[in-house]
Design a protein around this ligand. Structure first.
Ligand code: EPU
Length: 424
């Protein structure tokens, strides 16, 4: 197992980072390739572990996948009949595997498709019942057997109307993909409007799908017979961009992130400005520099355009360096404060009451040996270690490598003293 050793404190970190393509855009786009009989080409691909797991999943279903790492390209061909089983070993390591359910259903509506249910996850309960009720609205029934959902539609998928009870990101993408080849038209209400979902819609529409917004969170999908050649450049990763901006924030430095549309991060950038950081936004880049007087803040996570739950653990680490009492309310996942015990071991003063964390900032952090337990927690602990005095070890960094491309290389480029250790 690999660990990072970080020697802190790093003060006033300065530099530029090229942001990779968004993992949470790439995964549904890869799954969407199942809808195409012709080759799909994805550009600006982040070669992170989850993307490689999705590649393995597509190959296990029968797709041909070509990786061209140096050009950040993936080519996927789905011209052969697929195996209609999505195995547990791949869904349990990456929940986004469930995203293959919608496109498989669209392509083989009358066949029984077996998809392993993902079970629990570090972030809390991650149900898929809204995905299934969305498919039901199209006429697909499902049964559960030995941990697998069997799903099919005796008479094929037909357009209808469905409203998600609450916003779900992969649920929205799954139902959109299931709907593009139906007969008739499907109306979906209360969908996620996360930039990654809009990226999927853009890709599908450019490939011949007919998806139209008929309200802020409502779309109408008119089924088409076939999709034409699919080629798409993935948007920049807003979570990665925010993470690196926060290296500047936590250390009183100056960071520029490139290849990112600042509009994806409006809520987050407003919070950073409210704390007192200087933010300069350009067409496709953002610069954060340190302000003179920093103030504590209160924030609440929510579906886009609100503050992203994925960015919350990152901000939490920054707030340990901001004077005064800050508050964070988490509204999406039941177990999203896993960085807290690790940051507390470094000396941070944080208390949790239900879904709220209260942070008393500017306690001096000291190095500690920490264990990472999920993707965004890894970066939060890294920020703690960068701010702390001494040498910290962070183990189980494979969580971080699921979603941050070239993590230690990018941190080193900023001057962070980080070393990779291979544990026996
Ligand atoms: N939910 C249900 N039933 C459902 C679906 C969702 O109760 O059928 C609940 C979930 O349990 C959760 C809430 O709805 O409490 C929102 O979950 P959502 O479905 O939106 O999450 P997701 O689609 O599984 C995606 C991202 C996550 C990100 C969340 C929230 C991908 C591949 N994953 O997950 O990203 O945190 O949206 O924005 O897009 C990450 O990248 O680290 C990550 C975890």
């Amino acid at each position: 197992m690999k660990s990072y050793i970080i020697n802190g404190p790093n003060k006033a970190v300065k530099g530029e980072i090229n942001i990779s393509g968004a993992k949470n855009s790439c995964l549904p786009l890869m799954a969407a390739s199942i809808l195409f009989k012709r080759k799909v080409i994805l550009k600006n691909v982040p070669f992170v572990k989850d993307v490689l797991t999705m590649k393995d999943l597509l190959i296990s279903l029968g797709a041909k996948v070509e990786l061209i790492r140096e050009k950040k390209i993936i080519k996927i061909t789905n011209n052969k009949r697929h195996k209609l089983v999505v195995p547990y070993n791949l869904v349990s390591t990456m929940r986004a595997g469930v995203l293959t359910m919608g496109p498989l259903l669209a392509r083989y509506p009358k066949n029984k498709i077996k998809v392993a249910l993902g079970g629990g996850c570090a972030l809390g309960i991650r149900d898929t019942s809204w995905h299934l009720s969305g498919f039901k609205s199209l006429g697909a029934v499902n049964t559960l057997s030995k941990g697998y959902v069997n799903i099919y539609s005796k008479n094929g998928l037909k357009g209808n109307i469905y409203k998600f009870p609450k916003v779900t990101v992969t649920g929205s993408s799954n139902l959109i993909m299931a709907s593009v080849l139906i007969s008739g038209e499907h109306i979906i209400k209360n969908i996620s409007i996360e930039p990654e979902v809009k990226d999927l819609i853009k890709f599908l529409n450019n490939s011949g799908a007919k998806i139209k917004f008929i309200g802020k969170r409502s779309i109408k999908i008119i089924g088409v017979h076939d999709l034409i050649d699919g080629e798409h450049t993935i948007i920049g990763d807003r979570i990665e961009a925010f993470s690196y901006l926060c290296v500047g924030a936590a250390t009183n430095g100056r960071i520029k992130v490139k290849n990112i549309n600042p509009n994806y991060l409006n809520a987050e950038l407003n919070i950073l400005k409210k704390i007192g950081y200087k933010i300069v936004m350009n067409h496709n880049s953002i610069i954060l520099s340190h302000g003179k007087r920093l103030k504590p803040v209160s924030i609440k996570t929510g579906p886009w355009p609100q503050f992203a739950t994925d960015n919350m653990p990152i901000l939490l680490a920054v707030l340990t360096q901001v004077p005064g009492k800050s508050m964070i309310e988490e509204t999406i996942f039941s177990n999203r404060f896993m960085a807290v015990p690790e940051l507390k071991r470094m000396g941070a003063k944080i208390s949790i009451k239900k879904n709220k964390a209260f942070i008393i900032g500017q306690k001096k952090l000291k190095s500690a040996d920490c264990i990472s337990s999920d993707l965004r927690t890894t970066f939060s602990i890294i920020l703690g270690a960068i701010s702390a005095e001494g040498s910290s070890t962070i183990s189980r960094i494979y969580h971080g490598l699921r979603g941050y491309e070239n993590l230690s290389t990018k941190l080193k480029k900023l001057g962070i003293k980080i070393k990779l250790k291979n544990n026996v």
